[in-house]
Write a protein that binds this ligand. Structure first.
Ligand code: CTP
Length: 403
């Protein structure tokens, strides 16, 4: 199941570190290639010799090898891995990961890794529910890192509760599940729009909105991680695309976004329209900067092309089309209306009334409205998790249409 998968296992100082030996054995047995990074303090709990014997690979602890003077290249280690797993992840390391602290090889590798990251916390029950730990874990999740939740049971302190590192067998199941879903979009081409549009008024002014592109970029990364070829048509955004499977097309105005989508949609299996597209644009763009006068001024606007609606009119019976609705009131009513009027397969509703939802936040609370299926509500989640849920549903819809 894990044949030839390259797994970088980071082990931190926790009594659960002894279980990492079983974990390495299980991973190797499943065909994975395992390299281990130990923090200095973790060596108190498990020896490098045990881990190098089980992994059949050198174990890394320091930035440079004291005997050979050789540099342990954290960037190379990060690029080598298909998955970085930190198990056990102590409260201390979780906190450092959440805050970009980089004072050992494991943390430097974490910061350089481009692959998916999982972490399996291990700590005492009160530490696990402390607001700072909860906050740090949420932060890691908002970066897209996946938590393998701690389990309940007897703890090293003698107390009993939640905080034990997940059993190695359960960690293995989690990883296998992840990889089995990883390639589920291979061979699929997905069109995604993200960010705001800017409608020029004159050479120095425009009409825009507060969209940052976070939701659309998270969807693009999720699709690319699942093996899809992604075309991301983005309005002006500071965000970077990381995955090489994403072809990014930068646009500025609604019209440019419309042209790019029209060009690519036909060859795509699905489209997810998360951009906050201007509904109106100035009827003319002044060539020169408009000078103020003593009078009030008016800018006449004309309607932009509705990209989602256009794609809804042209989509084939096999293509899946997903749109967004951002509403301040009567969300359900408007979302259902958009599902029909745009001929979409699903509308993702986020309401600006929900705290933590909307422009610029790392979290989102959404409901899905699916044609002929009805409504599903979700709790407040990181935008990465929302992206996962959207992509899961899109795949489900694609599979149904393929039948
Ligand atoms: N959309 C689009 N092209 C536009 C406007 C919006 O593709 N010109 C897409 C958005 O990306 C989003 C959905 O349509 O997926 C939003 O629907 P829309 O009815 O346009 O919402 P609003 O722009 O908020 O407009 P309304 O005033 O109707 O709520």
């Amino acid at each position: 199941m894990l044949k030839n998968k390259k797994i970088l296992l980071g082990i931190t100082a926790s009594i659960a570190a002894y279980k990492a030996a079983f974990l390495v054995r299980l991973l190797v047995k499943q065909g994975a290639e395992v390299k281990v990074i130990l923090t200095d303090a973790a060596k108190e709990f498990i020896t490098p010799l045990t881990l190098s014997t089980l992994s059949k690979n050198k174990v890394y602890t320091e930035f440079s090898d004291k005997t050979t003077g050789e540099w342990n290249n954290h960037v190379e280690l990060g690029l080598w891995a298909d998955l970085m797993l930190i198990a056990p992840a102590s409260a201390n390391t979780i906190s450092k990961m959440a805050n970009g602290i980089c004072d050992n090889l494991l943390l430097a590798t974490y910061l350089s890794a481009r692959c998916p990251v999982m972490f399996a916390p291990a700590m005492d029950l009160d530490m696990y529910v402390h607001p700072s730990t909860v906050h740090n874990i949420h932060k890691l999740q908002s970066f897209g890192n996946l938590i393998i939740d701690a389990e309940e049971g007897e703890l090293a302190s003698g107390l009993s509760g939640k905080g034990r590192m997940a059993e190695p067998e359960n960690i293995l199941t989690f990883i296998e599940d992840f990889f089995s879903k990883k390639d589920r979009l291979s061979g699929k081409k997905i069109l995604i729009t993200a960010g705001p549009t800017y409608e020029n008024i004159d050479p120095v002014r425009f009409i825009g909105n507060y969209s940052t592109g976070k939701m659309g970029f998270a969807i693009a990364e999720t699709c690319a991680h699942a093996g899809a070829e992604v075309i991301l048509v983005s309005g002006p955004s500071q965000l970077k695309t990381i995955h090489p499977g994403i072809q990014r097309i930068n646009v500025r105005s609604a019209e440019q976004m419309y042209e790019a989508c029209k060009m690519h949609f036909e060859n795509c299996n699905a489209a997810i329209m998360s951009a906050a597209v201007a509904d109106y644009t100035p009827i003319t763009i002044a060539d020169q900067k408009i000078k103020k006068s003593n009078e009030d001024m008016q800018i006449i606007l004309k309607k932009t092309s509705d990209i989602l609606k256009h794609l809804g009119q042209t989509k084939s019976s096999k293509q899946v089309l997903i749109g967004f609705a951002l509403e301040t009131n009567d969300g359900e009513l408007y979302a259902k209306g958009k599902l029909e009027s745009k001929n979409a397969d699903m509308i993702v509703l986020n309401s600006l009334q929900d705290e933590g939802s909307g422009f610029g936040t790392d979290t989102n609370q959404v409901s899905f409205f699916v044609a002929n299926e009805g409504k599903t509500d979700f709790p407040l989640l990181s935008k990465q998790q929302v992206a996962h849920n959207i992509v899961n549903k899109m795949l489900d819809l694609l599979n149904k249409k393929a039948q």
